[in-house]
Design a protein around this ligand. Structure first.
Ligand SMILES: Nc1ncnc2c1ncn2[C@@H]1O[C@H](COP(=O)(O)OP(=O)(O)OP(=O)(O)O)[C@@H](O)[C@H]1O
Length: 630
């Protein structure tokens, strides 16, 4: 054996590698298996080019555990290395790339997927690494290389008698979990599931049943089928995953099956997009639209990022716009730089192009669905809506495309595009400033009285009940021309759409003041009282929360401010023209009865918005009973 020193300035690299991102040391397997796949692919390329004329033969990569020797071996049948190549690639190239990597990133734990450490990541888990290799080149001699995790190495004659490379890891004591079958199988499933070369991890038992061919005699039971157990290769990967296939050759069931393979416990997806582009960047993948209605957060961060079929991460926040992290599936692109930190990634131009491309594809798919089958599209809206609105809020480019197919739903369950809705309400719901006023409810059940008040007036009421809807309508107000939204409880029905119509007040100024004082005494500091002429048929007392004030409050609360800092303030509107006000209050000489009636009317207003609770509610019920004569 010949001895050598790797390089002087590398004295420190081994201890650093050893402790480098301790929690992520499992990536050693991905790095080594990827190298084995590369070595196999290179052989095929040489063969295609005519440089290697021999037989390729079996390609399978073996992962082998020897518990007694405490070794884990990664065996490929790829190009192998000559002695010169071992010295060049392992002692210089691999080491210097590992050195570079460690120098740059030892303080940055966020390097995406920790790619780039390469061959030397073996030293994160092994005390000693042996390489047995035989090059594809004619008359090559087998080579044996040993390095014990310090700068010295030995190189000499090897024992390998067939082409390719064995990387033999002598596991260090604190990494013996990597000598367990389950552990390695788990890692292979995580990182190697879709690698392009078959990966074999021992064998597995397959059970089949053979029907007996003995003729069944009448009156006698059919003999049990014969159970046959066979040992077969345990191939852990699917070398030709769906996203690499030609979409024209795939059926819906193929996509659904693949989805199940990725997320075994999930409900089937609604639909999907097959991504496939090779210029100006290379990207393949399949993105699925999950059913979102069940909850947005649950669905997040399920996209898996691959680089040439090697799993990198399922944290793709920096690679796709935030709203797209609601999608599921796979993105595979060798053009996403992987050994960079996340902040760099966001600024990277190819990543920007990739995000742009994915956003565009998603918008196109939605537009196609909307155009090709409106009914079906509408039926999916409860799952799709959140996604589309989220996209519109967060990405201007998506907004511009989605405004054609985003839908608004009214309390009758009818759905409209923005354009259709504008046409529908323009005549009736344009205010004195020429703005189209969309009226909405955030809770059809709770706001029933108010919704009815608005629809009785001939207004259309939208259902905007999701948390995404508040920022969504804000985006519409900002981007669309002359559009504003008000919630049904923001004003009395006649004031929802403000028009220049002065109504005659049936009360004198003095009477108005009397009524105002009466209610102010009852409402106290919970709200402010306003006595206004409304229709005679409108409710005598109503409670409103001006839109602007309410939104301010909601925003502050969303920013994490304490809800108790914002008591529920509202305005109490007393209808000056209501005959009830006149009769039960003004025409009543008994001051006590007046106050009691006013309280009752106020409580009715609270009740209709489910705001009457506690003692007030008990008193209200008691008084109602009394009125019934009990
Ligand atoms: N199993 C193998 N068969 C043949 N050559 C190999 C094998 N493993 C490593 N090599 C050689 O050693 C070199 C260095 O490997 P290393 O994994 O450190 O870096 P890399 O593969 O070039 O890049 P990466 O950082 O992406 O892993 C490779 O480029 C390759 O030439």
């Amino acid at each position: 054996m010949q001895k050598g020193n790797i390089s002087v300035q590398t004295e420190n690299i081994f201890p650093i590698i050893k402790k480098f991102l301790y929690s992520d040391q499992e990536i050693f397997l991905r790095e080594l298996v990827s190298n084995a796949v590369d070595a196999t692919s290179k052989l095929k390329t040489l063969n295609r080019k005519g440089e290697f004329a021999g037989e390729i033969g079996e390609e399978t990569i073996d992962i082998m555990i020897d518990k007694e020797a405490k070794t884990l071996t990664i065996r490929d049948r790829g190009i192998g290395m000559t002695k010169e190549e071992v010295e060049k690639y392992l002692n210089q190239v691999a080491l210097s790339s590992a050195q570079d990597f460690v120098d740059k990133y030892q303080d940055d734990a966020s390097i995406i997927g920790h790619f780039g450490l390469g061959f030397y990541s073996a030293f994160m888990v092994a005390d000693k690494v042996e390489v047995q290799t035989l090059s594809w080149q004619e008359n090559a001699e087998p080579v044996h290389w040993i390095c014990k995790g310090d700068p010295s190495y030995e190189i000499g004659e090897g024992n390998r008698d067939f082409r390719g490379t064995d990387i033999i890891l002598h596991m260090s004591e604190d990494c013996e979990q990597y000598l367990e079958d389950d552990e390695i199988e788990g890692l292979l499933n995580k990182y190697a599931s879709f690698l392009a070369v078959p990966i074999r991890f021992g064998t597995k038992t397959e059970t089949t049943y053979e029907e007996s061919d003995v003729a069944v005699i009448e009156g006698e039971e059919k003999p049990e089928p014969k159970k046959i157990e066979t040992e077969v290769d345990n191939i852990v990967n699917n070398t030709n995953p769906l996203w690499k296939k030609n979409p024209a050759e795939l059926t819906d069931d193929d996509y659904k099956d693949f989805y199940r393979e990725l997320y075994p416990m999930s409900q089937p997806p609604m639909f999907w997009i097959h991504l496939n582009i090779d210029y100006p960047f290379n990207l393949t993948g399949v993105l699925y639209f999950p059913k979102l209605a069940g909850g947005m957060e649950l669905q997040r961060n399920k996209i898996q990022l691959y680089s040439n079929q090697v799993y990198v991460t399922d944290d793709v926040k920096e690679i796709v716009p935030e709203f797209l992290t609601l999608l599921h599936g796979v993105i595979d692109s060798p053009d996403i730089p992987l050994n960079v930190s996340r902040s760099y990634l966001q600024a990277d131009t190819s990543v920007k192009k990739i995000t742009g491309y994915i956003t565009k594809k998603v918008a196109e798919k939605l537009n196609d669905l909307y155009k090709s089958d409106r009914e079906d599209y509408e039926s999916k809206w409860s799952d799709l809506g959140v996604f589309v609105k989220y996209g519109m809020i967060s990405e201007d480019k998506f907004y511009d495309k989605a405004k054609k197919f985003v839908l608004l739903e009214n309390t009758d369950g009818k759905k409209f595009t923005l354009k259709e809705y504008r046409e529908r309400i323009t005549e009736n719901q344009t205010d004195k400033h020429g703005r189209m006023v969309g009226i909405y409810t955030a809770d059809v059940e709770k706001q029933h009285t108010l919704v009815k008040g608005a629809t009785d007036r001939g207004y259309d009421v939208l259902t905007l009940e999701h948390t995404i809807d508040a920022p969504f309508i804000q985006a519409l107000e900002q981007k669309e021309d002359k559009v504003t939204f008000v919630r049904v409880d923001s004003a009395t029905p006649d004031q929802l759409v403000q028009k220049d119509e002065a109504k005659e007040n049936l009360l004198s100024e003095e009477e108005t003041t009397t009524v105002n004082e009466l209610f102010s005494g009852i409402v106290g500091d919970k709200g402010s009282v306003e006595v206004k002429p409304l229709d005679t048929t409108d409710a005598p007392v109503q409670i409103v929360r001006p839109e602007f004030m309410r939104r301010m409050k909601e925003m502050q609360m969303m920013q994490g401010m304490d809800a108790s800092m914002f008591p529920d303030m509202y305005n109490v509107i007393v209808n000056a023209n209501s005959p009830v006000v006149k009769e039960s209050l003004l025409a009543n000489a008994d001051e006590g009865a007046r106050a009691e009636n006013a309280t009752y009317l106020y409580q009715l207003a609270l009740l209709s918005q489910q705001m009457l609770t506690g003692k007030a509610l008990t008193d209200f019920v008691a008084r109602s009973m009394k009125m019934m004569g009990s």
